[in-house]
Ligand binder design. Structure first.
Ligand SMILES: [Zn+2]
Ligand SMILES: [Zn+2]
Length: 530
């Protein structure tokens, strides 16, 4: 009997079921409607989501603005691909301290040091480039998860494993199979005020990886065995419902998943529970923009409001003939003004026997263009993109004045970095699950934008240098370690001292200015690094 015969291989659960699309999915019912799960940023349980996943998705697909924003953010975040880098140059084999420069032996404990294990790098690299059961690489899975986050602020990735057990049924290891994106509208969190994996009574939830249909609840935390196969249970944190999480019917079968099996990503919310997408904040503006489009469409289509109304005033008996004549005309010709009769009381206000009312709505009068511009800007701000950016004048590429460009790039950079930070967390979760400790996989940063930000910073420095030179300072050009240019203001020229007399600047004060300036530069740099 070989050693591996003892480790009975567990079946991989049929996760394909979860993402299955079908007419029966209860997408039109809001998620925590049925589950009353705690939401991010709220300390009370409320049946939140006045709007269903279906509704949110409709807004997304119906709004050209939102799609442009999401596409641009998504494209910029993943523009430069994934890179793998070593976490350290050498690591102490004694105390585990990691060093970022070459050392012969550990300066802390004196033990020998080792280099990163190159086998871990290829393991991570192979997994990242491997296609999952839906024929997607990790990169593609993350990229679609990013879109989920912008729309729903809930992204779920499932890492499927084959578990290995010993003869007592204790779990002794697992082999990673693949990582798949789960449709966010199918996943519920097992979460209460007691925390993840616990219900409202404080009971702990467990699931067997081979019998995922059964949720086991225990009043005490501990190691429990499956009632069907005798294998160790996992603490259950998630439930997947292929009929949609809003499904209220009792016959839909949920599958349960353990802590660490599913990655839950939130881009726009903090805290426990479900994320709340920016759509909930800006839906009024998005709806108005969509309705404005509808309005314009209707103005150009046949189902517009009548362009004119003909108002006839006079005594009822006197105008019956004219009325009937006009109604007959209107029946024959749809473009004929629709007559409207008002009985005249002989007052001053109704001097006109006949009156034409123009019903054409004038976009200029409604200041529609200005409104659209403002609403687009406000939606853009919530999503962390520059107004001009969201209007589609170029995805962060060079264009317009340099000073405008700098501001635009700075905000975009931060937004992209925030997104990348989340997906780097997901990559770290994958690496950790694979047992990779010496290397990290991460999204490559948005270098072009950083380059523009650097030029922006340098021109600001040059402007400042010129101003100081105008005040009589001696200015020296210096190159910094990162290759960018800066200036040193070393001396106050004699003429300045003479001009300013006793109240003038001493060389010490000039030194202070230099200090202030380098501090300011340091602040600039940290802003850019955010
Ligand atoms: Zn050491
Ligand atoms: Zn079992």
């Amino acid at each position: 009997m070989g050693i591996f015969d003892r480790f009975k291989k567990a079946n991989i659960s049929t996760v394909e079921e979860i993402n299955k699309t079908g007419g029966n999915a209860f997408k039109d019912i809001a998620l925590p409607f049925a589950t009353y799960v705690q939401m991010s940023g709220m300390d009370t349980k409320v049946p939140l989501y006045r709007w269903s996943y279906q509704w949110v998705e409709d807004i997304y697909y119906g709004s050209d603005l939102l799609r442009t924003i999401v596409n641009t953010l998504n494209g910029e975040t993943f523009k430069n691909g994934i890179q793998i880098r070593a976490k350290f140059v050498v690591k102490c084999m004694g105390c585990g301290e990691e060093f970022f420069e070459e050392v012969e032996q550990c300066p802390i404990c004196g033990s020998r040091v080792r280099r990163p294990d190159i086998r871990q790098k290829s393991m991570l690299n192979n997994f990242i480039n491997k296609k999952n059961r839906f024929n997607s690489t990790v990169f593609e899975v993350l990229k679609s998860g990013d879109v989920d986050c912008h729309i729903f602020d809930n992204t779920f990735f499932l890492l499927t494993r084959e578990y290995y057990y010993n003869e007592e049924g204790i779990r002794i290891g697992a082999k990673i199979v693949d990582v798949v994106r789960l449709a966010p509208d199918r996943i519920e969190l097992i979460l209460s005020s007691y925390g993840y994996g616990r219900n409202d009574m404080g009971d702990y939830s467990y699931v067997c990886p081979e019998h995922r249909e059964t949720l086991v609840t225990k009043s005490e935390a501990g190691t429990y065995m499956c009632q069907f196969c005798g294998k160790e249970l996992l603490p259950a944190w998630f439930a997947a419902n292929s009929s949609g999480t809003g499904s209220l019917t009792s016959n839909n079968q949920k599958l349960y998943f353990g802590k660490g099996e599913i990655f839950h990503g939130k881009r726009w919310s903090t805290g426990e529970g479900f994320g709340v997408a920016p759509i909930y904040t800006v839906y009024r503006k998005l709806m108005t923009l969509i309705k404005m489009d509808d309005f314009t469409l209707e103005a150009y289509s046949l189902q517009r409001s009548p362009k004119t109304i003909l108002v006839i005033r006079g005594r009822t008996d006197n105008i019956v003939q004219a009325w009937e004549y006009l109604m007959n005309k209107a029946r024959e010709n749809p473009t004929q003004p629709i007559p409207l009769v008002l009985e005249s009381d002989g007052n001053e206000g109704s001097r006109h026997v006949i009156e034409k009312v123009d019903l054409n709505l004038n976009p200029a009068e409604m200041e529609m263009t200005e409104m659209i511009k403002q609403m687009r800007e406000q939606v853009g701000l919530v999503y962390g993109v520059q107004p001009m950016f969201s209007l589609g004048t170029g995805g962060g590429s060079v264009g317009g004045g340099l000073s405008n460009q700098g501001l635009q790039v700075a905000v975009t950079n931060r937004t992209i970095k925030d997104s990348q930070r989340l997906w780097n967390t997901a990559l770290a979760w994958l690496a950790e699950s694979l047992g990779v400790e010496d290397f990290v996989a991460e999204l490559r940063s948005n270098e072009n934008e950083e380059e523009i930000a650097k030029v922006q910073l340098e021109s600001e420095r040059a402007r400042f240098a010129q101003a100081l030179k105008g005040l009589g300072f001696d200015v020296d050009l210096v190159y910094k370690e990162d290759g960018s240019i800066d200036f040193r203001y070393k001396k106050v020229s004699s003429s300045l001292t003479a001009d300013m007399g006793a109240g003038g600047m001493t060389p010490d004060q000039a030194g202070e200015i230099q200090g202030l300036n380098s501090e300011a530069n340091a602040d600039d740099r940290s802003d850019n690094n955010e």
